[in-house]
Design a protein around this ligand. Structure first.
Ligand code: HEC
Length: 156
């Protein structure tokens, strides 16, 4: 084989290894975070959130901070699914809105004040997420709307 042929052979080899690896990793998928309906212990239900605010939380926070993630088609493809899963696990570990009612009041207070700080400072939703899903980004007006409501919550 001449030099050119070797090069093509090499590129083909790398391509085949890459494709094989890509197919192989599709078998390693995280369990989906897909509880059917919002439950009795949900944050927005417990605190009787107005419809408009509830929509904002569901759109911008619930994918990572509840038991129900709305997946996009590409979220099912490894290794994207691994990346998404890590965010969901980390987000839920910190704060899970689906189990709000049964959280003790001290923890609730910490969460509420953290929600206020994180939203005020623009840290939540995560920028890597709003970059992929621009509709989840909160406008200044929406931020005000959330803050106004959250500051009225009295936890028991
Ligand atoms: C893409 C996933 C994702 C989205 C969407 C998201 N978060 Fe988070 N959130 C995380 C992760 C991961 C952490 C933990 C690590 C960190 O702070 O970066 C976290 C941490 C937090 C914390 C600190 C936890 C505590 O001690 O109470 C609060 C509060 C919070 N998020 C609120 C929100 C709110 C409110 C929204 C919606 C406006 C939101 N997050 C949207 C992933 C997310």
């Amino acid at each position: 084989m001449n030099k050119q042929g070797n090069k093509i052979g090499y590129v083909k080899g790398v391509f085949i290894v890459f494709i094989t690896a890509f197919i192989a990793i599709q078998f390693y998928r995280p369990n989906k975070n897909s509880q059917k309906e919002a439950t009795y212990s949900d944050f927005l239900t417990t605190e009787a959130a107005p419809e408009a605010v509830a929509t904002l939380f569901k759109n911008s926070c619930y994918d990572c901070h509840s038991n129900k993630t709305e997946y996009y088609w590409y979220d099912h493809i490894s290794p994207i699914s691994w990346y998404v899963d890590t965010h969901v696990m980390d987000g839920k570990n910190e704060l899970n809105f689906s189990v709000w009612r049964t959280t003790d009041y001290r923890t609730k207070r910490v969460h509420l004040s953290n929600i206020i700080t994180n939203i005020t400072e623009g840290k939540m939703p995560l920028s890597s997420y709003t970059f992929m899903h621009p509709k989840t980004k909160l406008s200044d007006k929406q931020i005000e709307q959330i803050l106004a409501w959250v500051s009225t919550i009295e936890v028991k």
